[in-house]
Design a protein around this ligand. Structure first.
Ligand code: ADP
Ligand code: MG
Length: 348
């Protein structure tokens, strides 16, 4: 069998974990990233550092690979589209273009008759001033946000004077949901009605950053089924290939809403590495490389804890782990506040 050289755009922890999964399947990984210090260079076969608009560097990357996937969604659509003319890009660039923008993403979900929070486009300060009835809400940049970056909680118009919002950017205002809990569903689609789906995962955020994930989620049978059903419909409609995550809100009246779609492997799915026979990463590699689909099985219930900022320090100092605990160090050189540095999964 000829070797597969898989290109991955993005060199963070997701790129690292994809590389580890690929290695297990004898697939070479070539990572392209605009961060010289990208941690995934420690895990892939070959690393190329370059800007996402650098045509020469991108050509070097495209020449080296058989096909291309990505670990994050904020890659310029034009870049993905140009690459796709030469080598297969999966998931397809149109998926990325749709999901990159919170407005087109939510329009798409609502067209499927799937509930999201109420939302409205905000282009300038005076738009917001007309939306008093919409408050309290969360103002989010339409593009490029992650881990709560580019988000402002607006309780009333009075907040506008203290929030220092940069109105040169475009925003979406979402109605604040009175959250009971947050869950996510990870699905890997291989083709038409051909997928593997993990059970819903329950997530707890702190400061808008994921802190804990666990299975089983403590939710009703109705929410369990509905969240899986919506995720299947979304991935089918997108004709998606690879692993995708749908993030959901559950409100105090047990209503389910899609929060957002991540067209990639997802932090809440890290526990699949230890809790399942096939992880979300291996499944992604299998789907994009057209390898065999293997039915997933849960080995254990699990709880994952993100280590953010200096929370990693004691674990790096050889803190003793129990047999059912698994520590992952993303090997990021610099510890920064709010930066995901590693995680621990505990099988329970
Ligand atoms: P990111 O792209 O940064 O992950 P999200 O839209 O998922 O952005 O928001 C991050 C977190 O902020 C959510 O997981 C949730 O805890 C909180 N949040 C975001 N939007 C809302 C909302 N409309 N109502 C209530 N909480 C929200
Ligand atoms: Mg999110």
């Amino acid at each position: 069998m000829s070797e597969i050289n898989l290109g991955i755009i993005g060199g963070g922890q997701l790129g690292s974990m994809l590389s580890v999964a690929a290695k297990k399947l004898n697939i070479n990984t070539i990572i392209y990233c605009d961060d010289k210090e990208a941690p995934a260079q420690n895990f892939c076969n070959h690393f190329i550092y370059g800007d996402y608009n650098d045509k020469d560097k991108i050509k070097e990357f495209v020449d080296k690979v058989d096909l291309i996937t990505y670990e994050f969604e904020n890659i310029p659509y034009e870049t993905l589209n140009e690459m796709n003319k030469i080598k297969l890009v999966l998931p397809k660039p149109y998926v990325n273009r749709l999901i990159q923008n919170r407005l087109t993403e939510k329009d798409f979900i609502n067209k499927l008759n799937i509930r999201t929070t109420k939302y409205v486009s905000v282009e300038k300060r005076s738009d917001l001033e007309k939306l008093v009835d919409f408050l309290p809400g969360i103002l989010k940049t339409t593009t490029m946000g992650y881990d709560g970056k580019g988000q402002y909680l607006v309780r009333s118009l009075k907040d506008l004077s203290t929030l220092n919002i940069d109105f040169s950017l475009s925003y979406i205002l979402e109605k604040l949901v009175k959250l009971k809990k947050e869950i996510s569903v990870i699905i890997t689609r291989f083709g038409i009605n051909n997928y593997e789906i993990y059970e819903p995962i329950e997530n707890i955020h702190e400061d808008q950053i994921l802190k804990y994930s666990k299975i089983p989620a403590e939710i009703s049978k109705k929410l369990f089924d509905e969240s899986k059903d919506w995720s299947i419909r979304i991935s089918e409609e997108l004709k998606y290939i690879g692993t995708l995550c749908v993030e959901f809100f559950v409100d105090r009246n047990e209503n389910l809403y899609v929060n957002e779609i991540a067209p990639r492997v997802h932090n809440s799915g890290h526990l699949t590495i230890n809790a399942h026979n096939i992880s979300q990463f291996e499944n992604h590699i299998r789907a994009v490389c057209s390898l065999k689909k293997i039915p997933i099985k849960k080995i254990s219930n699990a709880k994952m804890t993100n280590l953010i900022g200096d929370q990693i320090v004691p674990y790096r100092k050889n803190l003793k782990l129990n047999e059912n605990e698994f520590f992952f160090d993303y090997q990021k050189k610099e510890i920064k506040i709010k930066r995901k540095m590693g995680h621990i999964t505990k099988l329970v």
